[in-house]
Design a protein around this ligand. Structure first.
Ligand code: PEP
Ligand code: MN
Length: 345
């Protein structure tokens, strides 16, 4: 349920409501918007309903949250969440805002392959205007015989190269046992499509405050995606960015089927930012630019695109990588679109 505080409620009254909730054995989740303060209380509602919470000073209303996802819902937070990524390590890395009118331009190779290759790609995507560098060090490959990623050595390369170029870095974590290690190098965790419902992993990243890029599962509904976000939020980490990356369908000329309606669909139900990954959604460089433009036009808070300086030599997902020049042409278009839509990138 949510407890809506009166606009004139005092700090002391808010603190008293929080204490009371803790005394009852629940964990309060505070949301301080521009106009309203709301406290979310998640758990066995029957136990709470017996308590006259509405009688506490400063409380205006106590309402049930009807959606199965609670902290992720618009009911809990009316204002759009803005997630800030990176910047803890100081210059030259500037923090990047995602949501609330600021677009994330995430780009880089599918996998970190070597310092030299990543250096080349990073300088190209940085010049084209990307504001976050991606690259996998732990790769979820369909075949156990395919390149699995460089592990910790790859994380080191990613952080060094990205930060030297002033770019915060995002990389996939596949297992709860990798969370501590990835935490040390990455500015943002990526939870891949195949792990969207790895609930232990969601809980583990939820116990940090590091931003999480949560990708939609291959056959997950929008509701499933928001329920997975709820796992992270309920552990206390409010920094979740969702990612639509296509779902499985009968169509076999594209890698997946991009569900662009997920963007306004999520925005209607949730305050969390959502970006689009047209690379994994289509698997085709000839379709990626059009789908990236459509994503921004649909209201997405950014795009996540795989770029490689030599796709034919890439160790994973080469066929879907954009060349640096193609990426630069795309960001030029996106900049014009962003301007039209009153967004910054
Ligand atoms: C990736 O980003 O490289 C990746 C594996 O994506 P997804 O989890 O969406 O398939
Ligand atoms: Mn990939």
């Amino acid at each position: 349920m949510i407890i809506v505080l009166r606009p004139d409620s005092t700090e002391a009254q808010i603190a008293h409501v929080l204490d009371r909730i803790r005394e009852l054995g629940f964990r309060p989740h505070l949301s301080q918007g521009e106009k309203r303060t709301i406290i979310g209380v998640i758990g066995e509602e029957d136990k709470l309903r017996a308590e006259p919470l509405s009688a506490l000073p400063g409380v205006e209303q106590v309402l049930p949250i009807l959606k199965p996802f609670k902290l992720a819902s618009r009911e809990f937070r009316r204002d759009e969440t803005v997630v800030t990524v990176g910047g803890e390590c100081g210059p030259p890395v500037k923090p990047v805002r995602i949501g609330g009118g600021s677009l994330a331009l995430i780009a880089g190779p599918c996998a970190v392959e070597s310092a030299e290759v990543l250096e080349t790609i990073a300088s190209h995507v940085k010049a084209a205007g990307a504001n976050l560098l991606r690259g996998g060090a732990f790769k979820p490959r369909t075949s156990p015989y395919s390149f699995q990623g460089l592990g910790e050595a790859g994380l080191k390369i990613l952080a060094e190269v990205g930060h030297r170029h002033g770019l915060p870095v995002v990389t996939e974590v596949m297992d709860p046992r990798q969370v501590d290690m990835v935490f040390r190098y990455a500015d943002m965790f990526q939870i891949g499509a195949r792990n969207m419902q790895n609930f232990d992993l969601l809980r583990e990243v939820g116990q940090t405050r590091k931003p999480v890029l949560l990708k939609r599962g291959l056959s997950a509904t929008v509701k499933d995606l928001l329920m997975s976000a709820e796992y992270i939020l309920s552990e206390g980490n409010p920094n979740v960015v969702l990612c639509e990356r296509g779902v499985r369908s009968f169509e076999d000329s594209t890698r997946n089927m991009l569900d662009l309606s997920a963007v306004p669909n999520v925005k209607g139900q949730s305050h969390l930012p959502i970006i689009v990954d047209p690379s994994h959604a289509t698997g085709r460089p000839d379709l990626i630019p059009a789908m990236a433009r459509a994503a921004i036009a649909a209201g997405a808070d950014g795009v996540h695109v795989e770029v490689h300086s030599c796709p034919e030599k890439a160790l994973s997902d080469g066929p879907q990588a954009l060349l640096p020049a193609q990426y630069a042409a795309l960001t030029r278009d996106l900049r014009r679109l962003a301007e039209l839509m009153g967004k910054t990138m």
